[in-house]
Design a protein around this ligand. Structure first.
Ligand code: ZN
Length: 98
């Protein structure tokens, strides 16, 4: 196998690359639960309470920040973006359609 950092040939079972000292452990990507939460809150916020939409908007921004900082370990950016947009729509709807 090859080092994911410097592409040097590394023997199987060696977890630290001898060339660049990077971990050769393949990073497992996981879905950001906060991003999914934001998405769900955004949907609920449109139909139900505006407070859910406010929480969804905050959760979406947070999730997006975490995903950006994770360097690829966290997935779910589309959920975070959708969560923020849906929540914003829920908040806008609350104020415009009162
Ligand atoms: Zn390396």
């Amino acid at each position: 196998m090859n080092c994911p950092n410097c592409s040097a040939q590394v023997n199987e079972g060696i977890h630290i690359c001898p060339i660049c000292q990077a971990s050769t452990h393949v990073r497992t990507e996981r879905l950001s639960s906060l991003a999914v939460t934001s998405f769900v809150l955004g949907i609920l916020g449109i139909g139900l309470w505006v407070l859910l939409a406010v929480a969804g908007c905050a959760a979406g921004f947070l999730a997006y920040t975490f995903i950006e900082r994770s360097g690829g370990a966290l997935k779910g950016r589309p959920f975070a973006i959708a969560g923020v947009l849906l929540s914003a729509a829920g908040i806008a709807r609350h104020f415009w359609l009162r």
